[in-house]
Design a binder for this molecule. Structure first.
Ligand code: NAD
Length: 490
């Protein structure tokens, strides 16, 4: 097994298996979405590489499980500090592979380091379900074994950290796979922080389309934590069912934001705009359907149209661009297809300014009050197309907002917070924001409803997803003197 160091100066990257950075004979090409050009080669792991990583993680598990929690936390804090100290270099690589302008790239890298540290403030609870004269019954939460983590391309660093932090802190070992579209920042982080953990505890594999299914069907994993599209999530669940692997699925969304007529349109327009177009609208919890009360519809539409026209979109490495390209060609073609279909169906598109011709750029686009059954309303575009939908009353808008297979998040905008809260309770989603957007914290679970997910990430509930319960019945009287239970365990 050849070992080599990856640096920014060379364009061949390596992956982390059993404490070593290793290369593969085959590679996958990584493109800069702002130019469409290949600028680096990443490893293409095969079944043998996967077996090696799982074997290393399996060997490392017992000692890591038995390492005191405080020591596991200290290793994660050290890793967080290293990521933060290298934020500038990592952000530049992030922009090259993901497309997001540098300030946003740096915010994700530094935010991920902060998140990792904050995760170490959580603790696994021990519940006492009985404490009587004869016995004490304790429920502990113990690690599962080797975890498989699979990450998408839209927030490649933060979403990897959402898996690395709780999986390792709970005492599991991990084999992580970034998206083949955005593997480099994760591989570089693996190289930087690999030494914080004993060999085999943290492994990062990189590969093409075949690697994900190989991982989900590998019998060495006790658990899969997956973030990606709903379509792939279904495949992951099917594959995991064969040997009853535990799963957490964070999937797609088609989030509604509801804007009531009492708002100050000028005061909130910019926030609504960012809530929809942040990261070029490639955000699972972005506003993807904006319901606007008829009384303020024209005013808010015109204000948003102005913002769309005034906002610079271009290469994220160049200063001044607020949004970058679509991250990859397949997604770019899909978004263009949705726009073509909208035009062909006579929908009114309100487009932003011009965008570079080279690379995967799409102008920010509003769709003026399309029918609820049009594709731009029904499907998650995952690109800068925002349908504006006019509504007249609360019952009507709640029914329309809930009329989707997804249930990730949603937002209500109103000066009447009590009324907004009542509306929030009626939305079938895992999260609702009132007068805010895109908020999440290391202490609050993100849990999709309906086809948006299965299980949750973050907070103690997210940490518990990397454990199983273990009840221990501890006697307080000598053996033979404890009364038989009236109802025996089945
Ligand atoms: P995707 O489902 O195409 O890919 C996600 C990951 O799964 C990638 O690493 C990919 O290589 C891997 N993969 C592909 N096929 C696989 C298979 N059969 N088995 C196992 N792994 C496989 O998703 P994407 O296009 O990278 O990401 C965009 C989607 O992710 C959007 O739908 C978005 O809403 C969703 N997302 C959800 C959240 C959340 O927290 N709910 C966060 C970010 C993104």
């Amino acid at each position: 097994m050849e070992s080599r160091m990856a640096t920014l100066a060379i364009d061949r990257y390596t992956m982390l298996i059993d404490g070593e950075m290793v290369s593969t004979n085959d590679t996958i090409s990584v493109r800069n979405p702002a130019t469409g050009e290949v600028f680096a080669e990443a490893p293409a792991a095969d079944a043998a590489d996967l077996d090696r990583a799982v074997a290393a993680a399996t060997r490392a598990f017992p000692a890591w499980r038995d390492t005191p929690m405080a020591d596991r936390k200290a290793a994660l804090v050290k890793a967080a500090d290293i990521i933060d100290a290298n934020a500038r270099e990592l952000a530049s690589l992030f922009t090259q592979e993901q497309g997001r302008p540098l300030p946003g790239a740096k915010a994700e890298v530094r935010g991920a380091a902060m998140w990792l540290k904050a995760t170490t403030m959580l603790d696994l609870p021990v519940e006492v379900t009985e404490d009587s004269d004869t016995r004490r019954v304790e429920v502990h939460h113990v690690p599962l074994g080797v975890v498989c983590g699979i990450v998408p391309w839209n927030f490649p660093v933060l979403l990897a950290i959402w898996k690395i932090g709780p999986a390792l802190m709970a005492g599991n070992t991990l084999v992580l796979k970034p998206s083949p579209f955005t593997p480099l920042t994760t591989l570089r982080i693996a190289e930087l922080i690999g030494g914080c953990f004993p060999a085999g505890v943290f492994n990062v594999l990189c590969g093409g389309d075949a690697l994900g299914p190989l991982m989900t069907s590998h019998r060495g994993f006790a658990k899969i934590t997956f973030t990606g599209s709903t379509a792939t999530g279904r495949r992951v669940m099917e594959s995991a069912a064969k040997d009853l692997k535990r799963i957490t699925l964070e999937l797609g969304g088609n989030d509604a934001a509801i804007v009531m007529p009492d708002v100050d349109v000028d005061a909130i327009a910019e926030q609504l705009f960012e809530g929809a177009f942040h990261n070029t609208a490639q955000v699972c919890v972005a506003t993807k359907r904006l319901f606007i009360h008829a009384d303020i519809y024209d005013q808010l539409r015109d204000r948003l149209h102005q913002l769309v026209k005034d906002t610079p979109v271009g290469d994220g490495a160049e200063q001044g661009n607020r949004y970058g390209p679509i991250q990859n060609e397949a997604q770019y073609r899909r978004v263009l297809g949705m726009l073509d279909e909208a035009r062909a169906n006579g929908l009114t598109l309100l487009e932003g300014g011009s965008v570079p011709e080279r690379g995967y750029f799409v102008p920010l686009t509003l769709v003026d009050n399309p029918p609820d059954d049009s594709r731009v309303v029904v499907e998650e575009a995952f690109g800068p197309i925002l349908p504006l939908l006019k509504f007249h009353d609360i019952d009507e808008v709640i029914e329309r907002a809930n009329d989707t297979e997804y249930g990730l998040a949603g937002a209500v905008w109103s000066d009447d917070v009590e009324q907004a809260t009542r509306i929030a309770h009626r939305l079938d989603t895992g999260t609702v924001w009132i007068n805010q957007n895109l908020q999440s914290t290391p202490f609050t679970p993100l849990a999709g409803a309906k086809q948006s997910g299965f299980g949750q990430e973050n907070g103690v509930p997210g940490l518990l997803e990397f454990t199983r319960s273990k009840a221990i019945f501890i006697p307080k009287a000598p053996a033979g003197s404890i009364p038989e239970a009236e109802v025996a365990a089945p």
